[in-house]
Design a protein around this ligand. Sequence first.
Ligand code: SAH
Length: 628
Amino acid sequence: MLLTEFSPLAAIATTPAAIKILQGLDINDVSIWVPELLSGMQGTKKYTNSLKNHIADLWQTHRAFVFCLATGAVVRLIAPLLQDKSTDPTVVVVDESGKFVISLCSGHQGGGDELARLIATQIGGATPVITGSANSLSLPGVDILGIPFGWRRGEGNWTGVSAAIARGENIGVIQVAGSTLWRNRLPERHPFDFAESSHDQGQIFITPYVATSSPTIPTVNWHPRVLWVGIGCERGSSRELIETAIREVFKEYGLAEDAIAGIATIDIKADEVGLVEFCQSRNLPFKTFTADVLKTITVPNPSSVVEREVGTPSVAEAAALCAGLEMLDTRDGFPKDNCKEEGQLLVPKQIFRFPMPNSQGAVTVAVAQGEKEYIGRHGQILLVGMGPGKLSQMTPAAQIAVTAADAVIGYGLYIDLIAPLLRPGQIVEALPITQERQRAQRGIELAEWGLNVAVISSGDCGIYGMAGLVLEELQSCGWDGKVPNIEVFPGITALQAAAARVGTPLMHDFCAISLSDLLTPWEVIKKRLEAAAVGDFVTALYNPRSQTRTQQLGIARDIFLKYRNYNTPVALVRSAYREDEQITLTTLEQLLPESVDMLTTVLIGNQSTRNYGDWMITPRGYLGFGNH
Ligand code: SAH
């Protein structure tokens, strides 16, 4: 699902080894094309004419190509077809031994660099070969940095500015709208000059205004979608009249139509045909407000005539401002407080009433700048379990989720452990360990805005992890179960990791108990310890002890001693699979709570568990207790 931007994708193989490699791809809507001689292998389609003609046939209809073929051959095949990097499909080449994945064409605009990284992970441990200069500078490409926020590329000399960045020149950034999150993880030495100076040798404008260009240095324009166009119109105003009115206003005020977030008006116009058609043709959101809400907004040009007619002194200005206000209280539809509306209104109301052939009516237009850009797509939350802490113990699917996400949120230590998966330009937010709920809320906030957000937990995200907190939080804010979309990526949980390091302690029925009484009453925990001990479950204790919570582990040990032999094997596994891993095998009687900390999982064997050398072994069955 994450990879829909590359679909349909054509993969090409000309040898059995190449076919095998491409069969490892886990991407929707992929066709593996093979020559007639090799046809018949599972999941492949054959081409019958020359490969050159076949690629030419597929070129217009496919978004991406993955060749498992010599790079030289690929270059010759696609050379006659290449036109422009903004429209050409993405091309990635995999070598036949599956060691390298080369991002060949449409690297960062077409997402080729990302596709190369994802394929490298999917086919197992290949090295992505990415040669675009932005990548080597650890910078987001200048022509993609606004994509996560739904910004639109305006006019500009994109190649000129990219080249200036590659040469290490100073680039002035003039940002008057849109999120600044793209700046948060720039490397220490970067070319961006946020104070604008005469030394700048290129410029990036991030603005709702139209192309600004300098005659001397290369300039590009990004347009965050922050403009809400408030419309008031007479019944029957045509789509053409509305379109013309907006175009004229934008021209006069120097605003970019690319920066339009959406259209706003009064609720009685919700079915106004011209307006609905205009929004549909541009794929714009259409917000409507009741007169009761609109009249609470202070506007520069109220009208008593309008007030008598529809019950609010302003439609266009008030609706534009209302739509732009992030503070709308969703419970009753009223703005929470009356904030500084005047400053946000870029265009006070303009009235158009010119007779056009086939058009009738009158249109009033006002434009306000919203607090936050409209991204224009649904975000998702990827709940990712990263395993115990070593990258090789994290599933490929979870690795891909982290690399593909627009934003990654997690506890700082975990973010460090997965650092090699992060891309330049990704939003990365590390929060302290105690702030799990804030992490969940922040993830939801970003996803509701439109970003794909990976929320990271150690181990499995659904076992004492972030997944539960995120879903609970969503539930409490009235989530419909669909938007934002959720995907859960499981990981190896601490009890499995700890068990693997000491042998096979979990070979029979087992349970996990967390000794943390932060969210669970201690009485409940004690009852479960008692039940596990009575039931002879192998037991994994999570959160066994912290600096302030020191008593619980001793009590747990004493409960187990009531029902299990004093020499029952116990393993203390600290930081499994991390650099500072420590493993201690001991027994229930000798278990010293002081030697255990928050990074440890305690595994208590059942009555049949034995130590053997450095191993802890629980038999598959209970010998001597009936049938096996
Ligand atoms: N979601 C995690 C558990 C988080 S609770 C998972 O599925 O593993 C935190 C507890 O997990 C710690 O107190 C410790 O008991 C255990 N833990 C997490 N990572 C560990 C590791 N690498 N080695 C040993 N124990 C670990």
